[in-house]
Design a protein around this ligand. Sequence first.
Ligand SMILES: Nc1ncnc2c1ncn2[C@@H]1O[C@H](COP(=O)(O)OP(=O)(O)OP(=O)(O)O)[C@@H](O)[C@H]1O
Ligand SMILES: [Mg+2]
Length: 307
Amino acid sequence: MSITGAANGDAEVSGLPPPGGHPTAGAPPTVERVPPLRTVRATAYVTPLREGGSLPALMEADDDGIYVTKFRGAGQGTASLVAEVIVAGVAARLGVRVPELVVVDLDEAIAPREADEEVQDLLRASTGTNLGMDYLPGSTGYDGRGSWTPDVDDAVRVLWLDAFTGNVDRTWRNPNLLVWHRRLWAIDHGSALVFQHAWPDPATWAGRVYDLGRHVLLPVAERFGASAWAALDAELAARLDPATVREVVEAVPGEWLLAMNSARSREQAARDAGDPVPSAADWRERYVSQLLARLTGERPWRDGLLP
Ligand SMILES: Nc1ncnc2c1ncn2[C@@H]1O[C@H](COP(=O)(O)OP(=O)(O)OP(=O)(O)O)[C@@H](O)[C@H]1O
Ligand SMILES: [Mg+2]
């Protein structure tokens, strides 16, 4: 959102009008359609966010918005950007608040304006498309240790999202949750969807049980009753019908799919063998298969999640 508080920051799930007026009002919002990502053009590098392992920074863009930006040139490959887009799309569909994601188009003219050589190198290596996330001004990190407690319904939705996407980055040590307008917002999903590094058979990942042990929201979620869990589980699974899963995966820029380390090695292997090189559409299908496999049958990954 823009630093003046305009743009999309008043929406509960970004890009959408707030369902109940004030951001704190009402039940968690769920979107009926996962919209494609907007593209904005970076106009200035504002400041690094030193905390982040992926060298994220605040960038200003031509829509006057400020975006937490994760750079393609940060050396972590594009798979984490792909995971961010897919998990945020699923989250929005499940009623988990996530800041709007955009594509930040970075021009080579921005790098020379920076004094710091390291920043210059990062920006040069990231010319083109990068991932931006609407900056939530005045938000604070949630670590489960303060007096403020999130809404139980918000917490259990996040927990279900993390179990479904295998997100290991929501622990006490690294909660990746923000409190903004007294509600919980989920960020940093680049480490979820671990299947994308090795591409096991979809049935393998479908059965992988989620380790809840160190999840920062577990104490809050424990207040949710067994019958409420069963109803929520049914509601959330039903929200992720095949068309929705396809829509979510469709939002990922094709070039990020083709630049993943796994896609690059697959491309090389195909060329060496004289086989057709997988297209972005082929990679999308692989994500859809993995995600849908986890939604069918007994869903053993829920072991321990439901009381
Ligand atoms: N949308 C946002 N609005 C406000 N602050 C944010 C936002 N996104 C991230 N931050 C801040 O920036 C920090 C780093 O962001 P994030 O966790 O996404 O990056 P990362 O490089 O993946 O981090 P790490 O590797 O340390 O987990 C967050 O801990 C948070 O303090
Ligand atoms: Mg983080």
